[in-house]
Ligand binder design. Sequence first.
Ligand code: UDP
Ligand code: MG
Length: 311
Amino acid sequence: MFGKPELSIIVPIFNEEGNLQELYSRLAAVLKRQNLSYEIIMVDDGSTDRSLAKIHELSRQDGAVKAISFSRNFGHMIALSAGLDHATGEVVITLDADLQHPPELIPELVKRWKSGAEIVSTVRTETKRGGRFKDLTARCFYWLINKIARLDLPANAADYRLLDKKVVVTLKNIRERSRFLRGLIGWVGYKQEFIPYQADPRFSGRTKYSLGKMVSFAIDGITSFSAVPLRLSAYLGLAIAFFSFLYILYAIYVRIFTSQAIAGWTSVLVVVLFIGGVQLIFLGIIGEYLSRVFEETKERPLYIIREKSGF
Ligand code: UDP
Ligand code: MG
């Protein structure tokens, strides 16, 4: 296939050997019915299973399949960014490799784009992945980030979306390291439409988002879109100072007008421990932001590519 493709599909892949054949078959079936030339960019995010070999096999069968392979695991968001950097289509669609994002939705995404949308995001209507915990934590997270970061992200937003080339070019120019793509999409503007869809259960394997990865994803999201946590320390400091002042008045009153001074071992302990705890929490928050400044100033590349093929 020569010339620039019209549609670029980007798939981030971390140990998904069991999903790739099925994913490719369903993708190809849908894409061949579309009247568009296409490329499928498979980004291997440092898989340790046979994912990369499988990608090469698909690439040999179909020239539209292109491979990018990282030198190690850099994370889902970075894998998506590498795909965006290499996409040459007029329009780009990103979707997960585990078939939770049904490829059969692609014609609808493309239809919206043809009628003028620049970003078409998908929103899960029902989660069939059986994770009540994940559901609840996701809802809390989106409530919080929308409150403090002046974003308006839907709670069930998925990283299954269509981006016009204009948006891709904009995103390519944003090189910050802790990238919370959903937030950036909300931040860049453009004409966005939403499509509801039913997420399927994972086809094979298990989730690649461990609890640790989820927590760091949430912290990245909040700290890269809001400085409110930093300001919290000032508010809390004021509140504590106010109550301490009242307590000082009380202590003086007790000392002068009563005979029961010194008895306050408990209150001293409580105050000392409380203030100590609050200080540690805010040192931690300041550390979070500081570490991000540190990461950004190093200006290391976002990712390291071991090999590329098909481009
Ligand atoms: N993924 C990745 N790098 C990672 C973690 C995940 O490229 O470090 C990919 C993964 O292979 C999948 C997508 O990101 O295609 C979403 O991951 P997953 O399905 O495990 O997340 P969940 O749907 O459980 O939130
Ligand atoms: Mg998944």
